[in-house]
Design a binder for this molecule. Structure first.
Ligand code: NAD
Ligand code: UGA
Length: 438
């Protein structure tokens, strides 16, 4: 049992703190957002993540997990302080480190005993050293500490499973003893542990996200060629994926990547390269393809309807991916804005992201379910591949629509079946069947 403080109780911090508590440690989770902490003390979670609420309650009840807004209280017993605050996109794509700076300053001001500061936020290469400089400069009197980078690789929607069964744990520090102590915390996860220097660990995180984003842009480029030539990108991805050197994961063509991480992390990595006078051409292409990919769905709807003015368009799914309520950089926001700019009335439904979506999508009529979205619509766009959309009563859906147009941004339906049901159906890169052009 170790005493751990987690700073920042968002998607990463809450999962990290709760999972470490579940592994038998005593965790105090701190956030400067008072409302967030007050709610958590009453068992109300700030985010939707499958399985998390039950795990939080279990560990709070067992006395292993508690919440605070006070750094002094959070650090009083802590041997480890995990930083898990946000690093959003700043000016020119550079990561905005204001929250990391504030956390480092607060740690320095309130630590009273030796501490291992573990950085879980995704931060530009060199930030670990910068954090150490801040802590040293802000301490009233010198107290020993080390900074270890421990990048997080979890995905929203499967965060608990990802945290508990990681593919690897990466630790970065020149202080071998500190790295070993952080490694001990992770031993129950039984994953390979790679210990490297701080900067290399920070780069492993960016390179991993950028590589996954590259796979997505690659398959989206192939999808566009498939569409032009009459091939089916889903089958192409499956055929490619059998080769273990390629792998099937992250080869789903669609609306491009969104969310709180890939967009900002690819930009931040490109920014780091540019600042060093390098030319990140591949990263630039990945971003360009992703930007264009989102716009393709609106173009398809426009092509089918001729004109968007006064048309009613329904969005199935609003969150950036299934099993989360995260709307950060969700394609639905941009798609709705474009449709509205063309004069369309936009309706939408999401199984869990409705209250968050309402704040991000002004003018969009939020509906009770997929059937209400479809009723009277001139076209439907599948934006998020929630399971509940995969087995809808499609006959009922078609009958209630003004025009039977479905643009499937996630390729969840079978083109031939949709055509049999009487839909005008467009997938992404579905060639002959999906687009009826060949
Ligand atoms: P988030 O926005 O959900 O949560 C950040 C939390 O930090 C907020 O609750 C905020 O109030 C709090 N905070 C801000 N400043 C603070 C301070 N000075 N002291 C204490 N708390 C403070 O962010 P997130 O999605 O959990 O991401 C956190 C970091 O982890 C980012 O760097 C992100 O890139 C990285 N990451 C995120 C994911 C993911 O799936 N969301 C996965 C891997 C890595
Ligand atoms: C991603 C990474 O997968 C995590 O390893 C990483 O920890 C995290 O970013 C982070 O650094 O924050 P996440 O953004 O939660 O996780 O979700 P993903 O499942 O990776 O999906 C990201 C985006 O790519 C989504 O918009 C998704 O729809 C899209 N995507 C994913 C595709 O378009 N095609 C695919 O084949 C896979």
């Amino acid at each position: 049992m170790k005493n751990i403080c987690v700073i920042g109780v968002g998607y990463v911090g809450l999962v990290t703190g709760t999972c470490f508590a579940d592994l038998g440690n005593r965790v105090m989770a701190l956030d400067i957002n008072e409302e967030r902490i007050a709610n958590l003390k009453q068992g109300l979670l700030p985010i939707y993540e499958p399985g998390l609420e039950e795990m939080v309650k279990r560990n709070v009840a067992a006395g292993r997990l508690s919440f605070t807004t006070h750094y002094a209280e959070a650090l009083a017993e802590a041997e480890f302080a995990f930083i898990a605050v946000g690093t959003p996109e700043g000016v020119d794509g550079e990561a905005d480190l204001q929250y990391v700076r504030a956390a480092a300053e607060s740690i320095a001001a309130h630590m009273t005993a030796p501490l291992i500061i573990v950085n879980k936020s995704t931060v530009p290469v060199g930030t670990g050293d910068w954090v150490a400089d801040i802590v040293r400069a802000k301490q009233a009197a010198p107290i020993a500490f080390s900074v270890v980078s421990c990048p997080e690789f979890l995905r929203e929607g499967s965060a608990l499973a990802d945290f508990m069964n990681p593919a690897r744990t990466v630790l970065g520090s020149l202080d071998r003893d500190a790295a070993n102590r952080v490694a001990d915390l992770h031993l129950p996860l039984r994953a390979p542990i790679q210990v490297v220097d701080l900067r290399t660990a920070e780069m492993i995180k960016y390179a991993s996200n950028a590589f996954l984003a590259t796979k997505i842009s690659f398959i989206n480029e192939i999808a566009n060629v498939c569409e032009a030539l009459g091939a089916d990108v889903k089958e192409v991805a499956t055929g490619m994926g059998f080769d273990p050197r390629i792998g099937r994961q992250f080869l789903d063509a669609g609306l491009g990547y969104g969310g709180s991480c890939f967009p900002k992390d690819v930009k931040a990595l490109a920014h780091m390269a540019n600042v060093q006078g390098r030319h990140p051409q591949l990263l630039q292409a990945v971003m360009d393809i992703n930007r264009d990919q989102r716009r393709l769905v609106t173009r398809k709807v426009r092509d089918l309807l001729g004109d968007l003015d006064q048309k009613t368009i329904g969005l199935l799914g609003l969150a950036f991916k299934p099993n989360t309520d995260d709307m950060r950089d969700a394609p639905a926001i941009e798609i709705a804005r474009e449709l509205q700019a063309g004069g369309a009335l936009v309706k939408g439904y999401d199984p869990v992201a409705m209250s968050v979506a309402g704040r991000h999508m002004p003018g969009v009529k939020l509906c009770e379910d997929a059937y209400e979205v479809a009723a009277g619509a001139d076209a439907l766009i599948v934006v998020t591949e929630w399971n509940e959309f995969k087995q809808l009563d499609l006959e009922r859906l078609r009958q209630s629509m003004r025009r039977p147009i479905v643009v499937d941004g996630r390729n969840i339906y079978h083109p031939a079946q949709m055509q049999r049901l009487g839909f005008q159906y467009r997938g992404v890169g579905r060639g002959y069947n999906g687009n009826g052009q060949h």
